[in-house]
Design a protein around this ligand. Structure first.
Ligand code: NAD
Length: 256
């Protein structure tokens, strides 16, 4: 379905980003990977799916490095048809104790990077009259949780940016939508499981249950594979007129 298209996925050396990159590669898209994890491992997983793959190590907290990454993608594959803004970090602390440097980093990586990559991707997408921008927001783009001020603010911002991007391009073949996962057991969440296990004297399995119990009626983690399939849907012809939605995959978190 996506043969001849190129997808750039930020933060795709692990977790959700890698899951989405693999799902798009299975549909035939060439992939540009990015992130600070095991780049070689991720590249060989994508290459095994029979598509072309490249990697750029941009630190997406820096606009100049995003510019270099977008130029690299265009030089390597011609243009970016599918942009997945996925890179993200978390920090958990009460507002009055929140380190200013962590606030700034979360806003830069989780929100501003999506603006920069989007503004750089749009001209070629509009010229081709086809493009897909998929922002990996979070359930925290729709509701809040205590001690996650920067993350919740950034993710609500991402949902807003998604709507504006969709509206500004509504008469074109370029769509923009957000994916809002609940808990997904990636390195980002495993850190929060570990912290809970230490704080409450629990085993890894018990801490996972406590985490799910607080928010997810399904008592199930969403998987990177499931999120990858949602990204594939947004890229399909059936997604042509899906514009500006924030689609949750959250085990019932926000149905409560
Ligand atoms: P992860 O830690 O596995 O992946 C994050 C990726 O971003 C990694 O590849 C990491 O190297 C990369 N990254 C971090 N800082 C970067 C930077 N400055 N420049 C470039 N790359 C950088 O985490 P994940 O859970 O897969 O998270 C992916 C996205 O999904 C994030 O935006 C996160 O907020 C969102 N999300 C995660 C969950 C969850 O439960 N795991 C839920 C909702 C939303």
């Amino acid at each position: 379905m996506l043969q001849g298209k190129t997808a750039l996925v930020t933060g795709s050396t692990s977790g959700i980003g890698l899951g989405i990159a693999k799902a798009l590669a299975k549909q035939g898209a060439n992939i540009v990977l990015n992130g600070f994890g095991d780049a070689e491992g991720a590249q060989s997983e994508i290459a095994a799916l029979g598509v072309k793959v490249a990697y750029h190590g941009a630190d997406v907290s820096k606009a100049s490095e995003i510019e270099a990454m977008m130029k690299f993608a265009a030089d390597t594959f011609g243009r970016v048809d599918i942009l997945v803004n996925n890179a993200g970090i978390q920090h958990v602390a009460k507002i009055e104790e929140f380190p200013i440097e962590r606030w700034d980093a979360i806003i830069a990586i989780n929100l501003s990077s999506a603006f920069h990559a989007t503004r750089l991707a749009l001209p070629a997408m509009k010229a081709a009259n086809w493009g897909r921008i998929i922002n990996v927001a979070s359930i925290h783009g729709l509701v809040g949780s205590a001690e996650k001020s920067a993350y919740v603010a950034a993710k609500h911002g991402v949902v807003g940016l998604t709507k504006v991007t969709a509206l500004e391009n509504a008469t074109t073949g370029v769509t923009c939508n957000a994916i809002c996962p609940g808990w997904v057991l990636t390195p980002l969440v495993q850190k929060q499981v570990d912290a809970k296990a230490v704080a409450m004297g629990l085993s890894n399995e018990e801490a996972k249950k406590v985490l799910l119990q607080e928010k997810e009626p399904s008592m199930q983690f969403t998987t990177p594979e499931e999120l990858g399939e949602l990204a594939v849907f947004f890229c399909s012809a059936a997604g042509n007129n899906v514009r500006g939605v924030a689609w949750n995959m959250d085990g019932g978190w926000t149905a409560q």
